[in-house]
Design a protein around this ligand. Structure first.
Ligand code: FE2
Length: 200
């Protein structure tokens, strides 16, 4: 049977589209090197295995928590997480979420500002590499953080948007100032429309 290769999807905006909050230089390394390497690695790792025919989400859930499949999990999850991350950002993002999402946010967090504070605190306090996420858990919206390649896809909740807090996401532009990066992303780039679409 022919193996369907996992591909590196195109960015949803130009490489300099998030400038100056995230520079074209950062995006060229983050997408062109880091994300591409995860995609190249997962294709090599699954070739000729029982994972070769599976869609990416299935590879992630089937390898999660299995010590002997850690390489497959890490590269599959990082491939998925990054594709989801690019869509979580957009030029001229931030601002007010669409009405239906805003209502849900207010019911779960009090206000959009309260949600941003909680998401920022999760992103800043994630020790080492990882991700901060807005997720839907049934009717309720929640903030979760995950370490390294871990993803809420394996936790029975629906991811709505994410912020990458690996150093490669911000170090060229912000050096060690993760909080400055995260707050600028939440104010100026976060894609509420994408989160609203995921909420369904
Ligand atoms: Fe990343």
């Amino acid at each position: 049977m022919a193996t369907v290769a996992i591909t590196l999807p195109p960015l949803p905006w130009a490489e300099n589209g998030l400038d100056p909050v995230i520079s074209a230089n950062t995006i060229s390394f983050h997408y062109g090197k880091h994300h591409k390497t995860y995609v190249d690695n997962i294709n090599k790792l699954i070739a000729g295995t029982e994972f070769a025919e599976l869609p990416l989400e299935k590879i992630i859930t089937a390898s999660a928590g299995k010590a002997d499949k850690a390489g497959i999990f890490n590269n599959a999850a990082q491939t998925w997480n990054h594709t989801f991350y690019w869509k979580s950002l957009r030029p001229q993002g931030g601002g007010e979420p669409p009405a239906a999402l805003k209502q849900k946010i207010e019911a779960s967090f009090g206000s959009v500002d309260d949600l941003k504070k909680e998401l920022s605190a999760a992103a800043v306090s994630q020790f080492g590499s990882g991700w901060a996420w807005l997720v839907a858990d049934g009717d309720k919206l929640k903030i979760v953080k995950t370490g390294n390649a871990e993803t809420p896809l394996t936790q029975g909740v629906k991811p709505l948007l994410t912020v990458d807090v690996w150093e490669h996401a911000y170090y060229l532009d912000y050096q060690n100032k993760r909080a400055d990066h995260v707050n600028a992303v939440l104010d100026k780039l976060i894609n509420w429309e994408f989160a609203a679409e995921n909420l369904g």
